[in-house]
Design a protein around this ligand. Sequence first.
Ligand code: HEM
Length: 305
Amino acid sequence: MPDLQKLLPPPMRRPPKPGHPGGNGAPPAGDGAVTDGAPASPKTDDPGRRLTTGVKDSPADLVGWVDERMGGASFLTAMLMRKVPKGTNWFYTLGSATLFAFVVQAVTGVFLAMYYTPSPVEAYASITHLTNDVFLGEFVRGMHKWGASVMVILVFVHMARTFFFGAYKYPRELNWVIGVVLLILTMVMGFTGYLLPFDQRSYWATIVGVNINGTGPIVGPYLSDFLRAGPEFGATTLARFYAIHMLLVPGAIIALIGAHLYLVVKLGTTAPPWLRADRKPKDARSQPVDAFAGGSYGSGDGSAK
Ligand code: HEM
């Protein structure tokens, strides 16, 4: 088992125990540590070496400086150094992959927003200019466009993983519900973004989409009126889609991802179902076992439900 302390930068490591002056918390060589009158080691005397050590340690020193004032190290260590169940595999990376896709969308979206004009008269021309004239414009636009599909696919596959591993059960139901809202918001991002190029296809496809929304029970007509900014597509519809696409929904997604990850850290991840089935008490082994029942917080009484 590797020493996790060694993976942390020196300022975030636990201080050495009394009687162990070196330990993991020892100050890094070359930082001017007092050596009780002993001759300084030739290593620390060498100015070249001192410079390289200083350069290597400075990011960690900066982390330590910020931590002393903000106290984020305990959060970071809880987040990065948490224990994961035995049998954790590549399927568990799908949530992080979705998060990465979202970050790519956010970064590329900021660059697109620098050139995009959300007015019915200028939108199409601003997108054409971005694609044809701006340095790497077509590339960034392509990343954003394909990234949207990648994110939708990843959200679904991640959801399938949590479903088939039984990770939606007690006590993670709330995280599942937050996930469902994230899924809906991801699709709202795709829907509202589709109108923005304002070409024939995006215009007519959005009219069809908004009309479909309007057929929903009770809230449907109100929802489509809200999306259109009135009973008909008008000059403000595009501005409304743009505001929803770049402010409202991303803000909600960021807040919900924060809550989602908080719950992942707080509750831990679910062990794979085939390992959980193995963990039944010996006397229950002869009973038929439903691989999806129970879990680390599930029916821990060993009963095969
Ligand atoms: C923007 C979309 C999403 C992001 C960025 C995201 C991110 C993550 C991450 C990083 C994890 C921890 C690692 C892992 O288990 O993969 C996780 C866990 C989880 N996610 Fe998501 N997720 C999203 C959408 C969803 C959706 C749509 C659902 C289900 C409807 C969902 C349900 C869960 C559950 C239940 C867990 C706990 C898994 C466990 O305990 O093993 N998430 N999510």
